[in-house]
Design a binder for this molecule. Structure first.
Ligand code: PLP
Length: 443
């Protein structure tokens, strides 16, 4: 059954919910005083609504996690069913549902992968992948990119390249490098081939100068997400793999945002001919219906801990409600061809429509992406590529919300990131809203 806004509890108003929130809740990444959060009361598929029946097309997928859409009936039912059987259990026990969740994840991962370690989300997945790499190699340093986000815990936030690292630099052994981003090339490159070659040469120099024997891991988002949906140019990830092989470095690919249909692939790495040693995941694996993440571990790294204690664990590792939601979600992905839908939507609907939008709005400097993972880079001038201001982005967000679209914005970009279940009709509706909002802000 598809819920409709009419089923929403009408005795609560949007103002009640916002007042309760502002009275009691401390929010992420924000100065608290001026916050005005939007009240959300329910959702279904690509839509959410408030207490007063206003509906929004969710082209943010919240924090780019509702890959299966809101309230998918199979996932909701699986959580309810598991809750009636066994709502929680210690991770040391064996549960069928956790075994099945791991089996299904491995079914869609490269064949070199052999085990899954479950965490509570994406940050602690990266935390544990880094720990595994350090213990496996006996080395300390981790190289990651400036343009990256890996989560908000000890090592993950310091592996992050963006501004959020700087007030949190308490972990040690982290080094950053530039990755490929042809639109704003750090390497004066003119073509994807040059960008890949020069970014690889830069990474090689960082490895050499840091001391290859000190580097445990290179940690990369397969497609940097929050940093701008930066598709790696052909050959780049294969080159990183070769560099890792040359120096005995573990390659960790962070698929927390890019995985599970976001890029129109089960794992985004499938599109780039690269085999990592560790894969971190969260978000799309169960669309965040229950918090969960994890590390997919190669046979070789898993074997390191055959006779040696792995010094890591979490009370809720492999939580049964999370495991049940993963099983139901992956089975629905398979039965409903949700990965295929994301790929087709990207190729046949989003890409052509976003390019048409760019032809009409000179403020769009670049359109890039794949699957249901697209960025519009907004610039004052296509020649200088000067980013539009934060105040223009705020105006744009207001215009989009007022027309009924929840947008994901980051810096000077709109990330067009609907659920992987989105329909062509919903894409057309969203494109009309982006068009009208860009016109309303005079661009
Ligand atoms: N890695 C990537 C690529 C992410 O995008 C995120 C979250 O946005 C994380 C890690 C952190 O995941 P979580 O917020 O579940 O800890």
């Amino acid at each position: 059954m598809v819920a409709t806004p009419t089923l929403v509890e009408r005795s609560v108003t949007n103002a009640d919910t916002v007042a309760l929130d502002r009275e009691n809740v401390f929010h992420s990444w924000s100065a608290q005083k001026s916050l005005k959060p939007l009240a959300i009361a329910g959702g279904s598929g690509s839509m959410v609504w408030d207490h007063e029946g206003n509906t929004y097309l969710d082209f943010s997928s919240q924090l780019v996690n509702t890959n299966i859409g809101h309230q998918h009936p199979r996932v909701v039912a699986a959580i309810a069913q598991q809750a009636t059987t066994l709502a929680t259990v210690a991770p040391a026990h064996a549960t069928h549902v956790r075994g099945r969740a791991a089996e299904l994840i491995l079914k869609h991962a490269p064949s070199s992968m052999s085990k899954v370690f479950f965490t509570n989300g994406g940050a602690d997945a990266n935390e544990n992948a880094i720990r595994m790499a350090r213990l496996h190699t006996g080395r300390d340093k981790v190289i990651s990119r400036y343009r990256s986000y890996h989560g908000n815990t000890g090592a993950a936030i310091v592996a992050t390249g963006d501004w959020r690292r700087i007030p949190n630099e308490y972990a040690r052994g982290h080094v950053h490098a530039f990755g490929p981003y042809l639109y704003r090339s750090e390497f004066w490159a003119q073509s994807p081939e040059q960008e890949a070659e020069r970014a690889l040469q830069h990474l090689r120099r960082v490895v050499e100068l840091e001391g290859p024997g000190t580097i445990a891991a290179i940690l990369l988002e397969t497609i940097p997400g929050t940093a701008g949906i930066l598709l790696p140019p052909p050959g780049y990830l294969a080159g990183v793999r070769a560099l890792c092989d040359e120096f005995g470095i573990v390659l960790i690919l962070d698929e927390v945002m890019a995985g599970f249909a976001r890029a129109g692939e089960w794992f985004a790495l499938d599109a780039f001919d690269v085999r990592p040693d560790l894969i971190t995941f969260a978000k799309g694996v169960n669309s965040g219906y229950v918090p969960v993440g994890g590390v997919v571990i190669s046979g070789e790294i898993a074997a390191t801990f055959d006779d040696r204690v792995f010094p890591g664990g979490l009370t809720y590792s492999g939580h049964p409600l999370a495991a049940a939601s993963i099983v139901a979600s992956i089975e629905a992905f398979e039965d409903e061809d949700i990965v295929g839908n994301a790929a087709r939507i990207g190729r046949d609907h989003l890409e052509p429509a976003l390019l048409r939008l760019a032809a009409e709005h000179p403020v769009i400097g670049e359109v890039r992406g794949m699957g249901v993972f697209w960025a519009l880079e907004l610039v004052e001038d296509r020649e200088t590529k000067a980013p539009v201001s934060a105040s223009l982005m705020a105006q744009l967000k207001t215009e989009l919300v007022s027309r009924g679209l929840l947008a994901f914005t980051a810096d000077n970009r709109i990330h067009v990131v609907p659920p992987a279940t989105v329909t062509p009709g919903e894409v057309a509706q969203a494109i009309d809203i982006y068009d009208a909002a860009l016109t309303a802000v005079g661009r």
